[in-house]
Write a protein that binds this ligand. Structure first.
Ligand code: SF4
Ligand code: F3S
Length: 106
């Protein structure tokens, strides 16, 4: 499966959503996750993300490993998102900022 990691928090560009053939993105207030039970490993979303937030499960960086379980957990309750929408107005300011997990809203 593919995994959304920290760089998505407060960026949430949603370009990833438009290319997913199986609509497996789920939306929270300031972050998206991938439902691991639905992702078919097509890889298309990786190149679409301006924040480079999406990794194959086997390639998730060492300091982001917790996001594998976090995607699975949040996907159970968050809502499907199937179309791109406007990102937060300050998305570009948060791009690449480290340690954003504390800003995650559930
Ligand atoms: Fe969707 Fe493909 Fe990305 Fe999986 S790898 S989330 S199926 S676009
Ligand atoms: Fe997040 Fe990148 Fe998608 S910032 S919403 S994973 S395009």
């Amino acid at each position: 499966t593919y995994v959304v990691t920290e760089n998505c928090i407060r960026c949430k560009y949603t370009d990833c959503v438009d290319v997913c053939p199986v609509d497996c993105f789920r939306e929270g207030p300031n972050f998206l996750v991938i439902d691991p039970d639905e992702c078919i490993d097509c890889t298309l979303c990786v190149a679409e993300c301006p924040a480079e937030a999406i990794f194959a499960e086997d390639d998730v960086p060492a300091d982001q490993q917790g996001y594998i379980a976090l995607n699975a957990e949040l996907a159970k309750t968050w809502t499907p998102i199937v179309e791109r929408k406007e990102p937060p107005a300050d998305a570009d300011e948060w791009r690449g900022v480290k340690d954003k997990l504390k800003f995650l809203e559930r």
